[in-house]
Design a protein around this ligand. Structure first.
Ligand SMILES: Cc1cc2nc3c(=O)[nH]c(=O)nc-3n(C[C@H](O)[C@H](O)[C@H](O)COP(=O)(O)O)c2cc1C
Length: 250
């Protein structure tokens, strides 16, 4: 019963028999706090009032459409406009999501960089299907991109790595991304060791590189009044770059 965080007041009598009072006091305060939060969450509601997205507004090519919306996000000064959620699945089919930065849009490929020993890299090794979600909520927009990833050519990863600030490069050497870490000090020590070893101009670590997601589906969503949002999905029809555009129910 205690694993359920929504323990109600009516259970107090039974709980009092089994648990000491300070614990119960905490549970009751926690429940009251949670009830307030829930009530607040239910009351949170925004009206979507930005210009609509019409079929006639859409570019034939989804990458042009994406680039236009990305530019809008930059112009609107959205914080980290190129940040997106990357979703992958583990070998049991359990989904995981985390933020990455989009660092390239090459033809039909969305490029991001990471550690090839990370959890996401293990997922992508076993199952290259992935999804990117761009949350441009300040513009009442989102974009979802789905497709398969492949590793980016080493040469391109190296070029990008060399353009990064020196301290970020050292960070890539210091972090064993996704592995257990016993303390902050261990990480900072690894950073200093990398600095001592590589100095101002560290090379790209062999375990660091990029992925290209080759999109076969891209969906654009624009919030509308009364929850009548505009949704358009582009499906790749063939390899030469023809796309089928459909409107979806919101
Ligand atoms: C805004 C933002 C941008 C991020 N960009 C990246 C990125 O480009 N590459 C990366 O490996 N991790 C990035 N991270 C950290 C990841 O979200 C994640 O914590 C890390 O990659 C480990 O994920 P994993 O254990 O699932 O592999 C970013 C986090 C935030 C909040």
């Amino acid at each position: 019963m205690l694993s359920n965080p929504i323990t109600t007041l009516s259970w107090k009598g039974k709980l009092q028999n089994e648990y000491p009072l300070p614990f119960l006091d905490y549970r009751l305060r926690y429940n009251s706090f949670m009830n307030t939060i829930s009530a607040n969450l239910q009351a949170m509601r925004e009206q979507y009032d930005q210009p609509p997205l019409r079929r006639s507004d859409l570019k034939v090519c989804p990458f042009e459409q994406f680039s236009k919306w990305l530019e809008d996000a930059v112009d609107a000064k959205i914080y980290d406009p190129n940040a997106c959620s990357l979703s992958t699945v583990d070998s049991y089919g359990r989904p995981f999501a985390r933020a990455v930065l989009l660092k390239g849009l090459e033809q039909s490929n969305f490029v991001f960089y990471t550690n090839y020993n990370s959890r996401k890299a293990a997922h992508l090794h076993d199952n290259p299907n992935a999804c990117l979600h761009f949350p441009w909520f300040a513009l009442q927009r989102q974009v979802m991109v789905s497709g398969e990833v492949v590793k980016l050519e080493e040469k391109m990863a190296e070029e990008y790595f060399n353009s990064r600030p020196s301290l970020s490069k050292l960070g890539a050497w210091a972090s064993h991304q996704s592995k257990d870490l016993d303390s902050r000090e261990t990480l900072e020590k690894a950073f200093l060791e990398a600095q001592e070893k590589w100095g101002e101009n560290p090379p790209k670590p062999p375990h660091w590189g990029g992925y290209c997601l080759s999109a076969d589906m891209i969906e654009f969503w624009q919030g509308g009044p009364n929850r009548l949002h505009d949704r358009f999905v582009y499906h790749r029809v063939d390899k030469v770059g023809d796309w089928l555009i459909k409107r979806l129910n919101p």
